[in-house]
Design a protein. Structure first.
Length: 162
């Protein structure tokens, strides 16, 4: 298909929360009901301490979650895996302060020519005790100095002719 339009947004706002939160959003108005929307997110996620936690990123078209993993009796559904303490940087379960780059790409069929808002949301799925803070836009260490870094994150939407 041919690319009909591109919308993009960038942020370098540091987001830090122990509860679910919206990361970034962007609207696009498809030209045809048959168009596909290519959704591309690039950024990072980090956890500041505490073990036994699972976070996911859920993409939404309006209020509807899209491109979720398979439903099951004992699992949660996410669009992209954001953070899990069983797959940390050090490779040991229960580690903290891991930081990951996330690139999430999906194709959606909104079947509309109305303005449509897409967003990405961080969702806390599981954990023993209180959820630790997760951070978007900064490395997962609460110290200061040369070891700390900040970064931007972006969302790009492309309308693709069917």
């Amino acid at each position: 298909g041919k690319i009909l339009q591109v919308q993009t947004t960038f942020s370098n706002t540091i987001l830090n929360s122990t509860a679910d939160f919206d990361i970034i959003s962007l609207s696009i108005t498809p030209s045809f009901t048959s168009s596909k929307i290519l959704f591309i997110y690039n950024g990072n996620v980090a956890q500041e301490g505490a073990s036994g936690q699972e976070w996911g990123f859920v993409a939404y078209r309006g209020a509807t979650p899209i491109s979720l993993g398979a439903a099951g009796s004992s699992n949660n559904q996410a669009t992209f895996q954001a953070f899990g303490t069983d797959n940390t940087v050090s490779g040991t379960a229960g580690s903290s302060n891991g930081s990951y780059t996330i690139t999430g790409i999906l194709v959606d069929s909104p079947s509309t020519t109305s303005a449509t808002t897409y967003k990405l949301r961080a969702v806390h799925f599981y954990g023993s005790g209180a959820a630790p803070a997760i951070v978007v836009g900064k490395s997962g260490w609460s110290g200061t100095g040369i070891e700390q870094n900040t970064n931007g994150y972006s969302l790009t939407l492309m309308e693709i002719a069917a």
